[in-house]
Write a protein that binds this ligand. Sequence first.
Ligand code: CU
Length: 123
Amino acid sequence: MAALRSVMAGMAVALLAISLQVLPAAAHSPLISSSPADGDVLAAAPPAIKMKFRSTARLVRLALTGAQSGEVTLSEEHLMVEKQRHTVALPAIAADEYEVRWRALSADGHLVKGSFSFTVGSE
Ligand SMILES: [Cu+2]
């Protein structure tokens, strides 16, 4: 049993090594940080959403939706611009809970996506 277990452990290590090699770690561009950050509660509406990716990425879609106020119309100037740090100017938004849902194209062509939430005003 001990021998079988060590063979299994060896296979697990080998599989992990293969999967790590397959991941193009250098070029893939996940979101590193955002402002507002996920879970932030802000006293006042932010003038912009800032997003920092691990390397350059093109925003393909960015939707800002308030739980009460619905989808906020944003300019599309920020879309398809290849940058590592994106700043998306916001119109004046009401006190509400907001979700930002985004999709971006990494420099390597991979699609990355995610969402984060923040609150304007104390709830
Ligand atoms: Cu990638």
